[in-house]
Write a protein that binds this ligand. Structure first.
Ligand code: OAD
Ligand code: ZN
Length: 237
């Protein structure tokens, strides 16, 4: 393995699975129990906001109680010991920051924040939300929603992400099935920029062939091992 300078890491639900957060598309995943059209689209929210609030209240309660796992800690350690590491996460939990990651982009938003559709204010939020919750900034009632990106909405920070991908020399994708765009196309962007590309996942994802390298197993095993390898190479530079 050669030393790398600029490292971009894309994470998905598989990274948090061993912390007790369900993934989406595995057999027992969230989309086997809920219809994403009902709980994760602007149209679903418009037609039944109380149901969507109930879904995210449930998820927020889970997120409040969970702890980062060895994979989150390994990525925070990598950032601490190597300049030029950015984590882009599709996860709406707060486990990367709990583990100590600082250079972090929440491209699909954060379940622990609420957004007012009337004035655009986003605020930290740990309690339940309802159709009766007033906006703490403008006072509008019935306009608060979880600050997460739904299908059909533009993910956050896309310009910054494109810039990072065009400059990286190592792109690592961890615990994501590669079903959801634009995240699923980041590997192609990184390749076009000349980066080495690696997938760490429980099993080959649907985009596995797009990666130069694949390492398969539970995130709490493969991620710390891979980070250890990256940091040892750097030591002998
Ligand atoms: P998925 O549920 O689609 O994929 C999770 C991936 O993690 C699968 O490829 C699993 O094989 C893998 N996996 C499961 N357990 C693992 C473990 N212990 N260690 C390593 N890998 C493991 O989740 P995402 O790809 O993150 O968006 O889904 C992307 C987006 O689709 C989400 O952000 C969400 C969802 O719909 C929205 O809600 C807008
Ligand atoms: Zn407001």
């Amino acid at each position: 393995m050669r030393p790398f300078e600029s490292i971009v890491i894309l994470t998905g639900a598989g990274l948090s699975a061993e912390s007790g957060v369900s993934t989406f598309r595995d057999p027992e995943g969230i989309w086997s129990k809920y219809d994403w059209r009902e709980v994760a689209t602007p149209e679903g929210f418009d037609s039944n906001p109380a149901y969507v609030h109930e879904f995210y209240n449930m998820r927020r309660r889970i997120h409040r109680d969970i702890k980062p796992n060895a994979a989150h800690f390994a990525l925070a350690r990598l950032e601490n010991e190597h300049r030029g590491v950015t984590v882009i996460t599709q996860n709406v939990d707060a486990l990367h920051e709990a583990a100590g990651s600082k250079s972090l982009i929440h491209m699909h938003g954060e379940a622990m924040r609420a957004l007012c559709a009337a004035c655009g204010t986003s605020v930290p939020w740990t309690d339940d939300l309802s159709v009766a919750t007033p906006c703490p900034s403008c006072g509008s009632v019935g306009r608060m929603r979880p600050d997460v990106v739904w299908f059909g909405e533009m993910p956050y920070h896309m310009e910054r992400i494109s810039e990072l991908l065009s400059e990286c020399d190592l792109f690592i994708s961890i615990g994501t099935s590669g079903h959801v765009y634009p995240a699923a196309s980041f590997v192609a962007e990184a390749r076009a920029a000349g980066a080495h590309t690696v997938e760490l996942n429980l099993e080959p994802s649907q985009g596995a062939r797009l990666f130069a390298e694949g390492i398969y197993g539970p995130a709490t095993e493969v991620v710390p091992e891979y980070v250890h390898k990256l940091l040892s190479v750097r030591t002998f530079e």
